[in-house]
Write a protein that binds this ligand. Sequence first.
Ligand code: FUB
Length: 450
Amino acid sequence: MRRHLAWLVAVMGLLAPSPVTASADNPIVQHIYTADPAPLVHNGRVYLYTGHDEDGSTNFTMREWRVWSSADMVNWTDHGSPLNLASFSWASANAWAGQTVYRDGRFYWYVPTTNRATGRMAIGVAVSDSPTGPFHDAIGRPLVENGEIDPTVFVDDNGQAYLYWGNPNLWYVRLNADMVSYSGGPTQIPLTTSGFGTRTGNASRPTLFEEAPWVFKRNGLYYNVFAARCCSEFIAYSTAPGPTGPWTYRGTVMPTQGSSFTNHAGIVDFKGGSYFFYHNGALPGGGGYTRSVAVEKFSYGSDGSIPTINMTGSGAPAADTLNPFTRQEAETIAAESGIETEAASEGGREVGFIENGDWTKVRSVAFGSGPRSFTARVASATSGGTIELRLGGTSGTVVGRCTVPGTGGWQTWTTVSCSVSGATGTQDLYLRFAGGSGYLFNVNWWQFTA
Ligand code: FUB
């Protein structure tokens, strides 16, 4: 998807106090449309599992799931798509809202998708030894199927895991320790107005619960954060003393905002902060079927309550700094304009489809007393161009210029270096790409030298 961010910067500037940086960092993924965020914290990183609204989607056209990760909540690495409809031999359409959980060294990704044989939505489960995949269908058939959607999985302190899902109802099953089978049958959680709020004007749905449950436990209290009312949805929550209830409605988390008629929440604690993930239609061309994932930081009340959280263009503050003296993937990005990512022949992904004036931004880069040189892994089937290293903005101070030659192919990689001066302290770094017309070059990774 080719797009430019001037419009986004202007619009998001209206939603939030003007950030110090020169661009909006929410939505956190800006080169494709994403939806239905499900964060997972593991070994000092937050992994973010999302859906992918295809360009031009007009009715939840979604064929694959995507993975992103971050060590600081602002710079997100694109890990591509390790799971798609073809991963499930029985699935025919609708790669909708899932969640990944970790247990005993493996990652289990629960997803709703259409069962070709029945034409109904079913819940599948994929498994991997790595949070970024590859994932494969764990059982070769739906784990559970009743035409309802949006699985969330929670493992209680005693090891009992629960799979919840539903729209229009709310169901759970007790998962076995293998995470790919369950004991007992699906059980319905009573949708009472005391438990899930009161909806008016819809006799068949008297409570606010619509879809997208997100169940977790904090300080002994069980939370169910869900998409409420339709449409447009808002995010609400209920709490309970146990994993199956009884639930008490606690109110709004995120009001209806952001030009998508759905919303979908995911919540984690990370590096001392609490973070609320959601989606909206904030990117150019965005809307109800072309959504984008965003994040806000928040604090629980002393009574465990979740405050009202509004969508912003600035997003979360950095939870950490980024070390430029270790190899950084070019596809680790806080904001961008014009670029895309694709698989690199050397492994991982690269930033590609770069044209003159495109850029990527990396936030909170800890330069310390200042690097002396910059190295990048690059390839170009044309005559290359220049990587401009700028501080604070796309027209900020240039601290280095690296020439990228033609290498004879888009996957013919070479390493280029250039000197750097004037980059000290912790600053936002912009890699601005310059050259002639057409595609210039690809970048796999970069690194500064002290
Ligand atoms: O993304 C498809 C569907 O839209 C999800 O399953 C729902 O939660 C809503 O976000």
